[in-house]
Design a binder for this molecule. Structure first.
Ligand code: TEU
Ligand code: CA
Length: 556
């Protein structure tokens, strides 16, 4: 396998709005990020992914871009951005930005021009079609609810949007659109950006006939991903994108890809694939509800472990995936993947260990290193997320009570991951001197960075040891390139695997159960490299509830 510069790196996702506010407007900003670069360096972070910081009306929190060349004033200026690049470079860190090119904002000049003249040049930057007998051209339902087709007043025409109506989809079949987007991407890469996280990219290929599908809900509509599933040819567009941009910069690209056809994995992430890597969402997809969050199935330990094992075994034959516990679209992993008895410090360390030492590129989401949890939510009015508000309506329409619908959103909302980072136990947790744009977590006075900073037993201190182990001279090779082998699969509460390479075998084993388990001596332990236990027991392989060990094993 050809070695790439990013293979052994650790990435960290920043959701700028909630990271750190320095001017008291309640919104995190670029100077806030710059002031925490040493914190990130100490955590072992090599690559920083910034969720969108471009100019935007923030209907979908910046995933609706009005100007791809401008920094949102909420976050700062282009000078701030350049300073961030310079400061990261000094620390030998790289920055990647979010690339949102399936759609733009309805406030983007291209769309404004398209609306002004729905027959003109810019109309062809989007998908504008005539209605059928006063109805939309097809029955697809957008990801955020309602029809994918929005009428253009007074014209009988509609434009297509897979997300909010304020996020019109760009017409990737139009060479002029591709040309504009590629020029923009190269402009950022020229500035010194290391690459991109590429948003919702599978959606760029449309079925240009825009057929209707069998309705799958009481609204008579069908989920728009059904079109994604049924259409071929996204690969040609992705190759075109790569060949005009990333390839020339040796950029690191991580695709946000759902609904990929399984046989296409090598084309996506194999040697010279469309992307460097894509996220592994296999565990997260286990809770996809058939109709929405309200019928999302719970995730059992068994299914979670199987999903990860299957994915690891499949992907290692092809390339690297990017492993996450959570991101800005997902509830906190500690509240989601851990059983009730493990939702504590020990559990957070255990979950972090088994995730970060998998084969692939670990992405830590801001606050994960502190063991942040979902928030307690008391009213639907506390939420900002457009997706959450839609899911609340959907749940009510399905017959849930207001209380039940709120409970669904409290469990699944994307805002769980978007609450501000608690930096201190002071006012507003040190996040802002003003009013935070989204409520702080109720546990912020107990769970914050300052209280963990100098406590060797804290989740933060443990994460530092964990990343240091992964990156150490001695072990980075096996954690980067070592084969993944499931272990103790017959133990119903143990998540365990080995990373194996030439003369080295490392066992990672965690007890997600409530009871103590003594593992069979399948492996002879040479020494424990890391564990979350205060003292090592007589028998290394005796794991109490929430214990995790990382141990070097003898080969035979
Ligand atoms: O997400 C794409 C996507 O498919 C999401 O709708 C995802 O399924 C959902 O958030 C899960 O609840 C990306 C971004 O990550 C997300 O924040 C944006 O809202 C979306 O694209 C539109 O740009
Ligand atoms: Ca601010």
């Amino acid at each position: 396998m050809l070695r790439k510069w990013w293979h052994d790196k650790i990435a960290y996702q920043i959701y700028p709005k909630s990271f750190l506010d320095t001017n008291g407007d309640g919104i995190g900003d670029l100077p806030g990020i710059i002031s925490k670069l040493d914190y990130l360096k100490a955590l072992g972070v090599d690559i920083i992914w910034l969720s969108p910081i471009y100019q935007s009306p923030f209907v979908d929190q910046g995933y609706d871009i009005a100007d791809y060349y401008a920094i949102a004033e909420e976050f700062g200026t282009m000078e701030d951005f350049d300073a961030l690049l310079a400061e990261t470079k000094k620390r030998d860190m790289a920055v990647i930005m979010d690339l949102v090119i399936n759609h733009c904002s309805d406030k983007h000049i291209w769309f404004q021009k398209a609306l002004a003249d729905p027959e003109g040049e810019y109309a062809d930057y989007f998908y504008i079609r005539d209605g059928k007998d006063g109805c939309p051209p097809s029955n697809l339902r957008s990801y955020f609810g309602g029809s994918c087709w929005e009428p253009i007043p007074g014209t009988g025409k509609y434009y297509f949007h897979m997300f909010a109506k304020e996020q019109p989809d760009l017409n990737w079949e139009n060479p002029a659109v591709r040309h504009e987007l590629y020029a923009m991407i190269n402009w950022w890469l020229e500035k010194g950006l290391a690459g991109f996280r590429i948003d919702a990219i599978i959606n760029i290929k449309k079925d240009l006939d825009f057929p209707s599908f069998a309705p799958d809900g009481p609204d008579g509509l069908a989920a728009c991903w059904k079109m994604v599933d049924s259409v071929n040819g996204v690969g040609d567009l992705l190759e075109d994108l790569k060949n005009h941009t990333f390839r020339h910069y040796n950029a690191f690209t991580v695709g946000e890809v759902f609904n990929m056809k399984e046989a296409e994995l090598p084309a996506f992430i194999g040697e010279d694939g469309h992307f460097s890597t894509i996220f592994d969402f296999s565990a997260h997809c286990l809770s996809n509800g058939e109709h929405g969050w309200y019928d999302a199935p719970p995730i059992s330990f068994e299914n979670w472990r199987r999903a990860i094992f299957e994915s690891q075994l499949k992907v290692q034959k092809v390339g690297f995936e990017a492993n996450i516990i959570e991101n800005h679209d997902e509830p906190r992993g500690v509240s989601r993947f851990l059983p009730a008895w493990a939702q504590n410090d020990a559990g957070a360390k255990m979950l972090g260990t088994v995730s970060l030492l998998l084969r692939g590129i670990p992405f830590i989401y801001q606050g994960q290193e502190l063991g942040m949890t979902n928030n307690n939510w008391h009213s639907i009015d506390e939420f900002e997320d457009i997706n959450t508000l839609d899911q609340y309506r959907t749940a009510l329409e399905a017959g849930l009570s207001e209380e039940e619908a709120l409970a669904v959103c409290a469990r699944c909302s994307r805002d769980n991951a978007r609450t501000p980072i608690p930096w201190t136990d002071g006012p507003c947790a040190g996040f802002t001197t003003g009013t935070p744009w989204l409520p702080l977590n109720e546990n912020a006075s107990a769970l914050n960075a300052a209280s963990q900073e100098n406590d060797p037993a804290s989740t933060l201190s443990y994460y530092r040891r964990l990343t240091a182990l992964r990156k150490s001279q001695e072990w980075r090779e096996v954690f980067t390139y070592g084969r993944f082998e499931p272990a103790y699969e017959d133990e119903p509460a143990i998540m365990a695997y080995c990373r194996v390479m030439d003369g080295t075998r490392v066992l990672v084993a965690a007890n997600f159960g409530r009871d103590t388990v003594t593992l069979r001596p399948d492996y002879t332990i040479k020494r424990v490299l890391l564990s979350n236990r205060p003292t090592e027991p007589e028998n290394t392989l005796t794991l109490k509830s929430c214990d995790v060990i990382v141990a070097e094993c003898c080969l035979s």
